[in-house]
Design a protein around this ligand. Sequence first.
Ligand code: FAD
Ligand code: NAD
Length: 494
Amino acid sequence: QAAFDPEKKTIVILGSGWASTAFLKDIDTVNYNVVCIRGSHFRCQHKDYAQSRAKSRRTFCFTLTFPIPSQVIVSPRNYFLFTPLLPSTTVGTVDFRSIIEPIRYITRHKSREVKVYEAECSDIDPVKKTIVINDNSEIKGSVAQQSLPYDYLIIGTGCQNATFGIKGVEEYACFLKEVWDAQKIRTRLMDCIETAAFAGQPEEEIERLLHMVVVGGGPTGVEYAAELHDFLKDDLVDWYPDIAGKVNITLVEALQTVLPVFSKQLIEYTETTFKEQNIKILTKTMVKEVRQKEILVKDADGSERTIPYGLLVWATGNTTRPFIRSLMEKLPESQTVRRGLAVDELLRLQGAEDIWALGDVTATKYAPTAQVASQQGKYLARMFNLMAIKDKLEAQVVAMSEGPEKDKQIRKINRLKDIKPFHYSHQGSLAYIGSEKAIADLPLFHGNISAGGVATYVFWRSAYLSNLFSIRNRTLVAMDWIKKNVFGRDISRE
Ligand code: FAD
Ligand code: NAD
């Protein structure tokens, strides 16, 4: 690998999710230094980096007409997570290690060294072109905060879970966004079951402990409820024959139906399948408050009641991260959409220079999905690669004498300047609904095809298997599925 080059421009990438990883995979590091800031723990201290950047700034003044850029990644987690299979890890259908891949898996194959910092960005200064990163991990060195300069900044930090300020959510509910959320759900689930099986437990308490409530009828909530049902039906009935029959699953949704993004036919199919699986759906029911052992809900008629629970999973969608909100406050005239960062059609952050944003962190016309995020990452990498070629050609043109060769070069440069806006190509929506059934809305033959059932489940499995990050991931997930069929899921509480 070529070394970090102080003479090249530095791209700092925030996040190691779908958007940033797609960008990182396709960016040509011959042309840039890359720094990856992947989440929240800043383990490495790079004094050399700050020194090299100071040098780079001097060089930059000198080479203003010939800027060849370089890369850094910053993220609090040092891996990419394949979120579509995260619900499967909450009950052990798939092991969480099978769906993650270290970000260094990509960076070690790059032609130029990419700096990777496990750290959380807490501030972006779009005027000075610097960011502040923090080591929020348990183990800290003598440096736990650092300021990094950037030439180009790519923000792919996604969103955090929306709570709408509802009292008690942060304190008592489990989210389902990261690996540690899935681990927490799994531990709590088994704790509820073991506690219900405790000697002399009163019947009413057993009923509460075995009531698993999921709030949010979007794809996350539906897929979690489905996985939980499978665990109950396939495994718990054998391991806990006395109490498994008392487990109840309830899905609470504020709107009229679950899965509003899917077609009407598939919504009905999901509701029927859930009914067969004894998963209770409470639509038009809004959670108003979460207490330690019960939730307070408001029904469609305005009346309020409480529902006792043992495990509460909160899946009510996304909201903007605080440090992104602070960035928006620094750009009040351009950043007026609360939902996320406003970008133009080339994914440039509005109101700032040399910053691009992509994926869930942005407020665009697209749904916050992995499909959109990864397509945006690929698009932006292509754009950067073309930008670098254009800069090289421009530098060559300066030294060329007039003539047909120079005119040809100029025409080439003009073509490269004509950058096409980002275009999203929707590949369809898929969701697992339990009992080896899945649903799919697929854009086919200029129309939409809706399918649900066991065949769709086979399609769902093969689609996810082929979309997994690496051959290692694919092999591990396939082995997990076989292991589950042969031995069943593990019920140990870690
Ligand atoms: P993310 O993937 O969330 O990545 C954000 C990155 O930024 C992470 O690496 C994070 O550690 C890092 N980060 C966070 N804060 C900071 C900070 N302060 N500084 C630096 N780095 C930071 N979409 C689909 O299309 N199909 C599906 O089947 C599907 N299934 C899903 C299942 C679940 C359970 C969930 C939760 C989501 C699912 N999604 C699915 C949605 C999809 O996961 C998101 O749209 C996608 O992850 C967005 O990608 P992103 O790169 O914008 O953000
Ligand atoms: P979502 O925004 O899709 O759904 C959240 C649901 O919670 C909404 O239907 C909302 O009405 C409900 N809700 C909000 N507040 C509530 C309250 N107080 N009480 C009761 N219900 C309440 O969120 P999600 O399911 O986490 O999905 C987030 C994004 O990730 C979406 O874009 C989704 O398409 C994507 N995703 C896709 C898949 C897939 O394709 N299989 C899986 C998971 C997530």
